[in-house]
Design a protein around this ligand. Structure first.
Ligand code: NAD
Length: 476
């Protein structure tokens, strides 16, 4: 009987969530119909309010991220608050231009006409966010979605509970729930939300869950963006100072304790400089986080014990040349370097998503190719080289989401660049203007002039074929 009542309780809870979701979607759809979400001045006033509210709660954001995985204030400002504020500012600055119909060159075939692209919001958007940058990766897509005139239901991650609660508090203060609503929960709640019909789904997370989301969207033909992950290679030829490479790599790999979708996953370094690079990496790690990174205020923790166990398991069959120390009670794993892991070792199988850096070596471009062709198209791609033709060849030969030459991850920081994956690392992109475009359907419109009506296209076509061919040739 106790088992049955537990099942009944679960059934009741599911019913409650479904009813709540249906009600929220219904309210948002009604609100969408009023066209209030397309009122630019109203949108701007809410974005300004959001900006104020975020800055007012700066300390609370630091506290939440610290409680969730001991993220430092500096990293929190740099990678969560700062990026969100820039996204709001860019939207406030450009939203009038973005939302205006865009005049394009008309086709000579339709002469005379004026041609435009109209941006139209999809409607009710579901945003599902991950835990690794729990503030930024939740709010940035919400900003893009509402800037395009949609309503949003945001489902933040259950693994960063303090930040998710704060997100709910902030967004509830700024937006009426018929415009933006936060629904917290884990897999059961997200599964139920995915059963509903949405006008657009924006998902950030793992490849495996991305496939579940795509399947849920298919019966409704709901368009979607999938921001996923992958094993991001970092190729290092012998033409650059290993000291500078090491400094930039230690930042790129160990910021957020390596829990970054675009962190370099593994190094592929020219054999002639490997020993020197490893030595420089060790000294740069010590410079950044001290002899004992666990005591450093700047080094975050692994998000939970499950992920820590996943990572420490990767060390079992590896040659650890630096770090490797962990503390289960503190969810701590030291910045760790691994030498020449085998392809079938755990660390080379899946995306690492933690502070473990495998170092492989190569001698010829053929070696590089045989390593890269082992994996699906990654989200990020890095090359350190002073040899322009080498890095250009790498850019052109391989397919990947986006990348940086002579550094790592910083392509994310330019909102003029699209951010997104390809193949297994995702579908679609966002940031800045592209974020607005992602969340709007583009309507192609021709406004035909009435002052002239060229008779060529009308039947009967007698003797008109040659003139038609000439016209196509002329228009080229
Ligand atoms: P995840 O896929 O486990 O979870 C993401 C979201 O999906 C969460 O909100 C979670 O509640 C929900 N979810 C989890 N399992 C589900 C299921 N079975 N059915 C329905 N919903 C489910 O990802 P994560 O662990 O939060 O984040 C890490 C992954 O995200 C990594 O693979 C990383 O590369 C990727 N990532 C990608 C980007 C990007 O911009 N491309 C950014 C950050 C993280």
């Amino acid at each position: 009987p106790s088992k049955r009542s537990a099942m009944e309780r679960m059934y009741e809870e599911n019913r409650r969530i479904i009813m709540e979701a249906k009600l929220i979607i219904e309210n948002q759809r009604q609100y969408f119909q009023t066209r209030a979400t397309r009122d630019i001045e109203l949108l701007k006033s809410r974005l300004i309010k959001l900006r104020v509210e975020i800055l007012k709660r700066e300390d609370a954001i630091y506290e939440a991220l610290y409680k969730d995985f001991k993220k430092s204030k500096f990293e929190t400002y740099f990678s969560e608050i700062g990026i969100v504020i820039s996204e709001i500012d860019a939207t406030l600055k450009h939203i009038n231009t973005w939302s205006k119909p865009k005049k394009v060159r008309a086709s000579g075939l339709n002469f005379p006409s004026r041609d435009y692209i109209y941006s139209e919001p999809y409607g009710c958007v579901l945003v599902i966010a991950p835990w690794n940058y729990p503030f930024q990766l939740a709010i940035a897509p919400v900003i893009s979605a509402i800037s395009a005139g949609n309503t949003v239901v945001l489902k933040p991650s259950e693994h960063t509970a303090h930040t998710s609660q704060l997100l709910e508090d902030i967004l509830t203060t700024v937006f009426p729930t018929e415009h933006v609503k936060v629904i917290q929960g884990g897999i059961p709640e997200t599964t139920l939300l995915l059963k509903e019909r949405w006008d657009y789904i924006f998902f950030t997370g793992s490849v495996a869950v991305g496939k579940i989301v795509a399947k849920a969207a298919a019966p409704f033909l709901t368009p979607l963006t999938l921001e996923l992950g992958g094993k991001n290679p970092c190729i290092i030829d012998p033409t650059m100072s290993t000291k500078l490479i090491a400094k930039r790599l230690v930042w790129g790999k160990f910021v957020n304790a390596g829990q970054t979708c675009i962190a370099p996953d593994y190094l592929l370094v020219h054999k002639s400089i490997k020993a020197q690079l490893i030595s420089d990496l060790k000294s740069e790690i010590i410079k950044a986080y001290g002899e004992n990174p666990q005591e450093s205020e700047d080094y975050p923790r692994i998000v939970n014990s499950k992920n820590l166990a996943r990572l420490t398991n990767m060390l079992q069959d590896s040659e650890v040349v630096f770090g490797g120390v962990s503390d289960t009670d503190d969810c701590y794993l030291a910045p760790t370097l691994i030498n020449e892991p085998a392809f079938d070792s755990a660390v080379m199988k899946d995306e690492i998503f933690g502070p473990i850096l495998p170092i492989l070596s190569y001698e010829t471009e053929k070696d590089i190719h045989s390593v890269l062709s082992h994996y699906d198209k990654p989200l990020g791609f890095y090359v350190f080289s002073n040899n322009t033709s080498f890095y250009k060849k790498m850019i052109e030969t391989y397919s990947f989401g986006g990348g940086t030459i002579n550094d790592t991850m910083i392509h994310f920081g330019n909102s003029n660049l699209p951010f997104g994956g390809v193949g297994e690392s995702g579908i679609g992109a966002y940031h800045g203007r592209l974020g607005f475009d992602t969340f709007s359907h583009k309507k192609g419109i021709v406004i035909k002039g009435n002052w002239l009506d060229i008779p060529l296209r009308y039947a009967p076509y007698t003797n008109k074929l040659n003139a038609l061919k000439k016209l196509f040739k002329f228009l080229g």
